[in-house]
Design a protein around this ligand. Structure first.
Ligand code: ZN
Length: 284
């Protein structure tokens, strides 16, 4: 299944993207895609509901805005420097253990919403990433059982303000959490839709120029390792997001660096997880 949410910001309704390309409204199912949904076998119940009701459910017009493909989760956990070439372009060592940081959940937006360059920002940057959405509570899970805790996968752009992140002291969270810095979607794809999450091509273009083009085969720490590792420090709750890190080609890595300005158009995609597009606007 491919889960979407649609409608105006903060008023999104749940929907499904069907194999024939039709978007349907699944409000009749009775639950948004939140912690209670994922934690209460929502995917199984939704599958059964769709089998009986998809053909008669209302169609959602293609012009309707997509929201983030899940309701605001308890946390967005991000992995730093998880592609060797990206660590190198950032001038940092390849990590011996996964680097963890948080992104404020208030940064979550729809996949095609504008990205707002924050007030005072001069170094807003892009990061295409594979996001993993947790399906059931994970605490001290083994790598062997980790994938049974996955609800699905989605495309994520881990927008980053490099000066806030690296030049203002303390932790990276300052440069990762600005409003609109986490466009998620277009949809959540359940694991059966994509098969092995470690052989998906991912790419990102800015103003039509390809800046990132890699494969999740290049991840240093893979999805089961990350879930197991993170769950040894905190409980991952249903609906939580782990963003698995970005491949090389971020603006920071160019010489001289390339950062975003109003009017820039960022397009990105991951094999099997669709595409998204954000236009940069100035804060006001
Ligand atoms: Zn990132």
């Amino acid at each position: 299944m491919k889960l979407i949410r649609f409608g105006n910001p903060n008023q999104e309704k749940p929907g499904l993207l069907l194999t024939d390309g039709r978007r349907i409204d699944v409000s009749g199912f009775g639950s948004d895609y939140d912690e209670a949904f994922f934690g209460g076998d929502g995917l199984e119940r939704l599958k059964a509901w769709a089998a009986a009701n998809a053909t008669t459910a209302p169609t959602v017009d293609a012009s309707v805005r997509l929201g983030p493909c899940i309701a605001r989760p308890s946390k967005i956990v991000c992995i730093g420097l998880n592609y060797a070439d990206h660590a190198k372009e950032s001038g940092m060592d390849i990590p011996k253990e996964p680097i963890l940081f948080f992104k404020a959940t208030s940064s979550l937006v729809g996949p095609n919403d504008n990205v707002v360059i924050p007030r005072g920002s001069e170094k807003t940057d892009w990061e295409v990433e594979l996001a993993v959405i947790i399906g059931k509570k994970a605490s001290y899970v083994s790598e062997a059982s980790a994938l049974s805790h996955v609800a699905g996968y989605a495309l994520h752009n881990d927008y980053s303000e490099r000066a806030f992140q690296l030049e203002r002291g303390g932790q990276w969270v300052k440069g990762k959490s600005c409003d609109t810095f986490a466009p998620l979607g277009p949809y959540l794809a359940t694991p059966d839709e994509i098969g092995d999450p470690h052989k998906l091509n991912l790419w990102l273009k800015v103003n039509g120029i390809t800046r990132q083009n890699s494969s999740t085969a290049q991840l240093i720490f893979n999805v089961p390792q990350l879930i197991s590792y993170v769950s040894s420090f905190m409980s991952l709750l249903p609906g939580d997001v782990i963003s698995t890190g970005t491949p090389p080609g971020v603006g920071l890595g160019f010489k001289p660096p390339i950062f975003m300005k109003p009017g820039d158009v960022v397009e990105l995609g991951i094999e099997g997880l669709g595409e998204s597009r954000q236009v940069a606007v100035a804060w006001s």
